[in-house]
Design a protein around this ligand. Structure first.
Ligand code: GLN
Length: 310
């Protein structure tokens, strides 16, 4: 797991030593329009897919201005400290640091979450898991490997009578989820605890959710640099077949689910059948594979039989 921490004030970080650091020979005297174009060119050369979007976001962050204001300041020639803080952020992005780490936040399911290098960057495909979970009522939810807390907290914010527990093996991740709970005003209904999967979990739940690590250790070289070099490996990799976390989850889930309670997990696109088989051998029923917006298998859902004794 990477130990890199996101600075509270990323603008102050000097990344001049990064390979591929952004350098404009004489930036002083250029206006913001020119600086933005130069910065976008640097990011394009570093292989970043939508460089203009990123440089605009970096500029709003460096200057703490709303995005609408970017166009208005284009003709202005900024003072040197502002140029420096902007170029510092551009250099970090050129070194492929994820935008969420530089900005310290990421939008997920209509809310803004604090993100650091200690948690998985919330991804749009995980919103599908939240949608599936909202398809049926629940009162008490458990999120295994909660990371930033984005799944648990989105669910609790959508269902005002529900309470939840988020567990993670990483104390640094739990700090982030607790901060997010307070930021969203959900501190009363969400609690957090350090746990290796079910190790310290008690009580019963009518919904258990998880976006566990599921990438195989052999796939590491296929990942984008942003993921491979900056995101916590603990949250990404799950052994040679990518199924280690599902085995641990399926071992504990039946004992913590109320009769009729649901288990919903995110999966990698090729893991649907293998994960369904694990659900079935754990005695869960009604196993279904759901697709993400790109049409790839992305979640598996099943439940404890409603007829089970409570
Ligand atoms: N979906 C993530 C990725 O492909 C992986 C997240 C996970 O392992 N849970 O980068």
């Amino acid at each position: 797991m990477t130990t890199e921490k996101t600075s509270d004030n990323p603008a102050s970080k000097n990344s001049g030593n990064h390979p591929g650091a952004f350098q404009v020979s004489d930036p002083v005297g250029l206006n913001w329009g020119e600086l933005l174009r130069e910065a976008a060119r640097t990011l394009a050369e570093a292989g970043i897919p939508d460089p203009m979007r990123d440089v605009r976001a970096l500029l709003t962050h460096a200057l703490s201005i709303p995005v609408e204001q970017v166009t208005l300041i284009m003709p202005d020639c900024p003072p040197e400290p502002e140029i420096e803080s902007f170029l510092g952020l551009v250099a970090r992005r050129a070194a492929r640091e994820p935008m969420a780490h530089i900005l310290g936040k990421r939008a997920f399911f209509g809310r803004e979450f604090i993100v650091t290098a200690d948690v998985l960057d919330p991804r749009p495909e995980t919103e599908h898991l939240v949608e599936r979970a909202l398809d049926a009522p629940f009162r008490r939810v458990l999120d295994l490997g909660c990371g930033s807390g984005c799944i648990l907290l989105s669910l609790l914010d959508e269902r005002k009578f529900a309470t939840g527990l988020g567990v993670d093996i990483s104390p640094a991740a739990l700090e982030v989820s607790e901060r997010n709970a307070r930021k969203l005003g959900l501190g009363q209904r969400a609690s957090f605890r350090q746990s290796d999967w079910f190790e310290t979990v008690d009580g019963m739940f009518d919904l258990i959710v998880s976006n566990p690590p599921y990438i195989t250790t052999t796939e590491i070289d296929d990942l984008p640099r942003e993921v491979r070099e900056f995101e916590p490996h603990l949250a990404l990799f799950a052994g040679p077949d990518g199924l280690a976390a599902y085995r641990a989850i399926l071992q504990g889930a039946p004992r913590r689910l109320l009769p009729g309670g649901r288990l919903i997990v995110e999966i990698g696109p090729t893991q649907g059948d293998a994960v369904c088989a694990l659900f079935e051998s754990a005695g869960l029923v009604g196993c279904e594979i759901g697709k993400d917006l790109a049409g790839r298998d992305r979640v598996v859902a099943g439940s404890r039989p409603a007829s089970d004794p409570a």
